[in-house]
Structure formats: structure tokens, C-alpha cells
Design a protein around this ligand. Structure first.
Ligand code: PLP
Length: 366
């Protein structure tokens, strides 16, 4: 089958959108594979979330609650937010896509950073808008560069803080300066996919800005620290006027019944989240130090992965091949503008030890 048809054509530009490619999970012929390519939680979801999911199996004939009320209340309670200004989605991908659909169209510009999450330009293009990539400074979001790139056509600025795939972050004062400096009519979306991993004291993933301004939206996900990537649940928190628009655009049953049940328990299990964050920080810092010792440095990461930098693209590619030969899949990040780096998800202790061993042996021979 051909990918184009002589008469039946999608909207202009649609076929130019690059397909999002997820982290690989299989190796040809290999046995059990260690998948460290998609920043998934090696410890899985909270046992409470799993129990709720299994219990939901008895109710699969029923439609889910389209108001998401129970989940929104749980999120609001745990994070100290107003439940009416929360929107739940089929992953936070859906929320960021809805934002572009609602606020950007042909002729409009959507800003993301040079090494920002691949979904941002995809969401912009899907809405018919023009993505604008803004340079970073030493692999960190550069607020001045973003403000300088804003025009009267800027509708949306996507920032992940901490960012994927760099693992770096900027402080709340910098984020506030960005929100305050945007042109009228532009929205700042703060993607907090990795917010739970941040241990900087006083860190705020965006709540104060959302509460204090009318142009900021924060998104969060159940896919990372909550260990529910397979279920697809995320949420956004924003001012009334933006939530009202997104609510009209989302499908009424966009979050499934088992997903609502599991996510509600996951967010209530604070002990599980804290335990996963603690283990992640410990083994992330251990792995970063081991790789640095082997000649592979990385920026201090505030997330559940590190961006390991090799001396050259050739060496990064060869190390990727060596890891694969050892049954380990990490993420090549050429597409993110880092041909000499590999993004490695922090697994459990055994996984981190396997990676350190494999990389050190490779670097010894390289
Ligand atoms: C993983 C990730 C997400 C989460 O997407 P979901 O659709 O919620 O699974 C969002 N933003 C960034 C930057 C991510 O890395």
C-alpha cells in the first residue's frame, strides 16, 4: 500500500510530521533484555495501584467516569491543588497535544528548546503550527534565548524541567522570569514528567506560577515515577480559562476505567514514590560516577536517566553496539542532536552495575 493517494489527501503538512519513535525493547536473537531506553520505573507501580487495577477488571463493561472526579480529587489532595483546574489525559502527551490543538494553528509559532522532548515539534505540526527550536546554553534551557525568539506569532512555549534527554533543569526564579517575559497571548507549558525525582529544596514544578498567573500550565505524568507508562495517564494543572478550552477538546472517555483506578491509588501511595526517588538518586549518582571514571562524563541529572557523553559519535555508536551485545538497550539520541551521547535510564542496582561494567569494559578496549 502506498502512503499517498492521488485524490484523498490529509491536511497540508500532515505527512511531513516525523513519526515518534519510542525506545526499543527487543534485540535480535537475544534472551532477556535489559531495557533502559524509555525512562520507565524499574520497580514498577505501587502494589496499591496494581491491586486497584486488578479489581477494576470486574467493572470493564462500564464506561469510565468522564469527569475523572475521584482521580482529580486525589491529585488535588496530594499536591495541594484546586481540583477544578486539573485535567486528566491519556498520558501527558495528550495534554500537550490538546494545548497545541487549542491555541496554535497555521501561521502560529510554538517554541521548544534545541534538545527538548521530541513530542513538542510533533504536537505543533499536528496543529498546523510552526515549531521553533531555540538554542540551549551548555545543554540547559536558556531563558534569554527563548525570550529573544518570541514574536507576535508565539502561542506556546514548551519547557520540560528537568528536561529530557539532558536531565538538566533551571531554577524556579528563571522559570518565573520566562513566564513573566512572554508576549501577550502566549502560554508557557511546564512539563514536569520528572518533577518527582528533583530533590532540590524548595523546588516547585509550576504550581505557584499556575496559581499566580494566567498564562502557565503544568503537566505531570503517571508514566515515570508512578511506574504506569503502559496504562497511559497524565494530567495538567492550569488557569480556569485554559482548562475550560482543553475540556471541550478532549474525548469524554479519554482515560480508561482501570487507568483511573490505578492512578488514584498510585498518587496516594507517597511512600512508594519516595522510595523510588531515593533508590533512583542513589544509583543514578553511583552510575554517573562510575561512567565518569571510565571516561564518559554527564551533566548532573535531576531525573531518572543520565545523558552519557562519549568522545565522538563513532565511539558512542560502538558503545551502543557493545551494550546490545551484552543484552542492554539504551537510547541513541542522534535525533535529539546528541550523536556522541547515549541516554541511559536508571534501573535497579543490578541494572546499574551491569551498565557500568559493560561501559567500562568497552572504554578499556576503545
Ligand atoms: C516521558 C515523558 C513524558 C510522559 O509522557 P506520557 O504521555 O505521560 O507517558 C512527558 N514529557 C517528557 C519530557 C517525557 O520525557
Amino acid at each position: 500500500m502506498h502512503q499517498t493517494h492521488p485524490e484523498i489527501r490529509p491536511r497540508p503538512g500532515l505527512l511531513d510530521i516525523p513519526l515518534y519513535v519510542g525506545g526499543e525493547s527487543r534485540l535480535p536473537g537475544a534472551g532477556p533484555v535489559l531495557k533502559l531506553s524509555s525512562n520507565e520505573n524499574p520497580h514498577g507501580p505501587s502494589p496499591r495501584a496494581l491491586a486497584a487495577y486488578r479489581e477494576a477488571a470486574d467493572r470493564l463493561a462500564l464506561y469510565p467516569d468522564s469527569s475523572h472526579e475521584t482521580l482529580r480529587r486525589a491529585i488535588a489532595e496530594m499536591h495541594g491543588l484546586a481540583p477544578d483546574r486539573i485535567i486528566c489525559g491519556n498520558g501527558s502527551d495528550e495534554i500537550l497535544t490538546l494545548l497545541a490543538q487549542a491555541y496554535a494553528g497555521p501561521g502560529d509559532e510554538v517554541i521548544h528548546t534545541e534538545h527538548g522532548f521530541a513530542m513538542y515539534p510533533i504536537a505543533a505540526r499536528a496543529a498546523g503550527a510552526t515549531p521553533v527550536a531555540v538554542p540551549e546554553r551548555d545543554r540547559r534551557t536558556d531563558v534569554d534565548a527563548i525570550l529573544a525568539a518570541c514574536t507576535v506569532r508565539t502561542r506556546l512555549v514548551y519547557i520540560a524541567n528537568p528536561n529530557n534527554p539532558t536531565g538538566t533543569m533551571i531554577g524556579s526564579d528563571e522559570v518565573a522570569r520566562l513566564a513573566a517575559g512572554l508576549p501577550p497571548g502566549a502560554i508557557l507549558m511546564l512539563d514536569g514528567a520528572y518533577a518527582e525525582y528533583v530533590d532540590a529544596p524548595g523546588f516547585d514544578a509550576g504550581r505557584a506560577l499556575v496559581d499566580g498567573r494566567d498564562n502557565v500550565v503544568m503537566t505531570r505524568t503517571f508514566s515515570k515515577i508512578h511506574g504506569l507508562a503502559g496504562l497511559r495517564v497524565g494530567w495538567g494543572y492550569g488557569p480556569d480559562h485554559i482548562i475550560a478550552a482543553l475540556m471541550r477538546l478532549r474525548g469524554p472517555f479519554n482515560v480508561s476505567l482501570p487507568a483511573l483506578a490505578a492512578a488514584t491509588e498510585a498518587i496516594r501511595d507517597r511512600d512508594w514514590v519516595e522510595r523510588c526517588a531515593r533508590l533512583n538518586a542513589r544509583w543514578r549518582d553511583w552510575l554517573a560516577a562510575e561512567l565518569a571514571r571510565a571516561g564518559v562524563p554527564s551533566d548532573p541529572s535531576h531525573a531518572n536517566f543520565i545523558l552519557a557523553r562519549f568522545p565522538s559519535p563513532e565511539i558512542a555508536r560502538a558503545c551502543d553496539a557493545a551494550l546490545r551485545a551484552d543484552g542492554i538497550i539504551v537510547r541513541r539520541v542522534d535525533g535529539y542532536g546528541f550523536p556522541a551521547a547515549l541516554r541511559i535510564t536508571i534501573g535497579d542496582e543490578a541494572a546499574c552495575r551491569r551498565v557500568a561494567h559493560s561501559v567500562a569494559r568497552f572504554m578499556d578496549q576503545a
